[in-house]
Design a protein around this ligand. Structure first.
Ligand code: SF4
Ligand code: SF4
Length: 206
């Protein structure tokens, strides 16, 4: 859940149409036509990514006259299915996966169950990835994959980080090779699985 209080505003006389802002917006709220950037006001989630990356300082963040809240209420969805999806992604439903905005795994799972299929669609409805825009991409991609949705690179090649290997997906020969060098993947998996299966009271599911 996020309270959206800021809006990106482009100073048209300063903008040079370089498209950097278009490439870094996590919700595709900004686009360049006729060498000038324009912001879709309703779509902007106030992350400041475009402002901080514009090489010509053409974007300013302004306070919205009418702030609004975005979020998906996970309690409105089947809790068993949410847990199943989160566990498939090796996440606890209660786990905060976007620290900037405070979005939990269960909220992303609910957004996917509501029909969101891409990182930008999920960011738009939950606010995830509208803080630093980087740290939460991996759990977000894991949840999309766990839901059986094929991950596709954006046709322009933007906003794509690729899925990084986890302790659960490493090939056996790699595990064996690094075990000898002091890595403990099996123990890591067991520890992380305990987190996944622990309820908010700290009780482990048997
Ligand atoms: S990054 Fe700045 S200069 Fe480039 S298109 Fe966007 S607003 Fe214009
Ligand atoms: S969501 Fe972020 S990057 Fe996109 S227009 Fe708004 S402030 Fe800029």
């Amino acid at each position: 859940m996020k309270r959206v209080t800021l809006l990106a505003e482009v100073q048209q006389d300063v903008c040079r149409g370089c498209k950097v802002c278009e490439k870094v917006c996590p919700v595709y709220a900004i686009s360049v036509t006729d060498r000038k950037a324009k912001v879709k006001e309703d779509a902007c989630r106030g992350c400041t990514n475009c402002e901080s990356r514009c090489p010509f300082h053409a974007i300013k963040m302004v306070k919205r006259e009418k702030p609004f809240t975005i979020g998906v209420d996970a309690s409105q969805y089947d809790s068993g299915k949410i847990r199943e999806l989160c566990e498939k992604a090796h996440l606890n439903p209660e786990q905060v996966i976007c620290y900037c905005v405070g979005v939990r795994a269960e909220e992303v799972a609910a957004a996917i169950m509501a029909g969101a299929k891409t990182p930008d669609e999920i960011s738009s409805v939950t606010g995830i990835r509208t803080g630093c825009t980087i740290e939460c991409i991996q759990p977000l991609l894991r949840l999309i994959q766990a839901a059986g949705i094929e991950l596709k690179r954006d046709e322009n090649g933007w906003q794509w980080y690729g899925v990084t290997p986890t302790a659960w997906t490493l090939p056996e020969d790699v595990v064996q090779k690094y075990n000898k060098r002091g890595f403990y993947f099996e123990e890591d998996k067991q520890l992380l699985d305990r987190v996944v299966h622990t309820n908010p009271k700290g009780e482990e599911k048997k």
